[in-house]
Ligand binder design. Structure first.
Ligand code: FES
Length: 355
């Protein structure tokens, strides 16, 4: 263990911990941009610089490991100046129109980069942007990539490779010429992309985003934390609700998903809620007409219970089997097998939770 002092607060951290880890343990916030915990720590943006006693210049908190006795200062006029210059350089490297859009974003729809710029009083690029406009890639049905807004922080690449493990997004070239190879053009189907959208959620500028993100104002929306309905993994997600309708889903930090979602969780976990095809009441087939007719839950459940009990009493419990859906929770599946064993009197039990 190493003893470290962050802004006068003493903490004990494991060998190998970074200054950022130590600051988190001390409850001290250090601004970050390119860093994403467990996914990306390339130390390129320099927004997280801090002073370390006996070091002659600031160091990035996200990539500098602590040593025993280290004394760190995270706030000072000089550090604020360094961070401001780092942000000014970053936005100066955006294409001119994209930079205008970044600063014009309305409250609620602003990106993480814009919020950092606001915090450090950066309201325009300090130098004239020189980047040429590049075509936006929108061949993927769910995702869109605007290279003009990309700062090559590589959070999307780290998320795709180190967390989602799809290994689809890569970087090309090196240094200041680094660009993201995002296969979202017309040939996107040739790539290994699963359209999970975790890259879009990781992007701090809006260069990579879901297409539906343009259809609502985040300011008017509320978020409701819930569990993904698709399988038994139990991923946590936030449903984004605007005017009483679900308009989007975002990964939330649950123990089993750590903010990640698959394509079903992100893009197919809510559209059915308002579907006109949705069945909203139980339907019982009329034996005379063969047509399904709406019934109450009591009528439907009484009918099912009567028929199942009839089979059990007439042919024995072995004539029945219970097969649970993979979308059920552990608790629901536990109750289901209990019902099968006690009420159906059968051990014929299975579940399709192959995911
Ligand atoms: Fe540390 Fe970018 S967040 S260098």
């Amino acid at each position: 263990m190493n003893n470290v002092t962050i802004d006068g607060i003493g903490v004990e951290v494991f060998e190998g911990a970074t200054i950022l880890d130590a600051a988190e343990a001390a409850g001290v916030r250090i601004p970050t941009l390119c860093y994403l915990k467990g996914r990306n720590a390339i130390g390129s943006c320099r927004v997280c610089v801090v002073d370390v006693r006996d070091e002659d210049r600031p160091v990035p908190a996200c990539t500098t490991t602590v040593r025993d006795g280290m004394v760190v200062v995270t706030q000072s006029r000089e550090l604020t100046g360094y961070r401001r210059i780092a942000l000014e350089l970053i936005v100066a490297d955006l294409e001119a129109e994209a930079a205008d859009d970044l600063f014009a974003a309305s409250k609620g729809d602003e990106s993480e980069l814009k919020r950092l710029c606001d915090e450090y009083d950066v309201s325009k690029p300090a130098f004239s942007p020189v980047r040429k406009r590049e075509p936006v890639l929108d061949g993927n049905p769910f995702l869109i990539y605007d290279p003009n807004l990309c700062i090559a922080c590589q959070r999307c690449v780290g998320t795709c490779n180190n967390a989602a493990r799809n290994h689809t997004l890569q970087t090309r070239r090196r240094g200041v010429r680094t660009v993201i190879d995002a296969p979202f053009g017309s040939d996107w189907k040739q790539s290994a992309c699963e359209s999970c959208g975790n890259c879009a959620q990781a992007c701090p500028t809006g260069a990579l985003k879901t297409k539906r993100r343009a259809s609502y104002y985040a300011d008017d929306a509320t978020k409701v934390l819930t569990t993904c309905p698709h399988c038994g993994v139990g991923c946590q997600l936030n449903l984004v609700v605007e005017d009483g309708r679900i308009v989007d889903a975002e990964g939330a930090a649950g123990p089993s998903n750590k903010s990640l979602l698959c394509v079903k969780g992100r893009s197919a976990s809510y559209g059915f809620v308002d579907s006109p095809d949705r069945i909203r009441t139980p339907l019982v087939k009329n034996a005379l007409t063969g047509e399904f007719e709406a019934a109450t839950w009591d009528e439907a459940l009484d009918l099912v219970a009567r028929r199942l009990a009839g089979l059990r009493d007439g042919y024995g419990g072995g004539s029945l089997a219970a097969f649970a859906c993979s979308r059920s929770t552990n608790e629901d599946v536990y109750l289901f097998q209990k019902m099968a064993r006690t009420a159906f009197r059968t051990n014929n039990i299975d579940n399709c939770a192959r995911v």
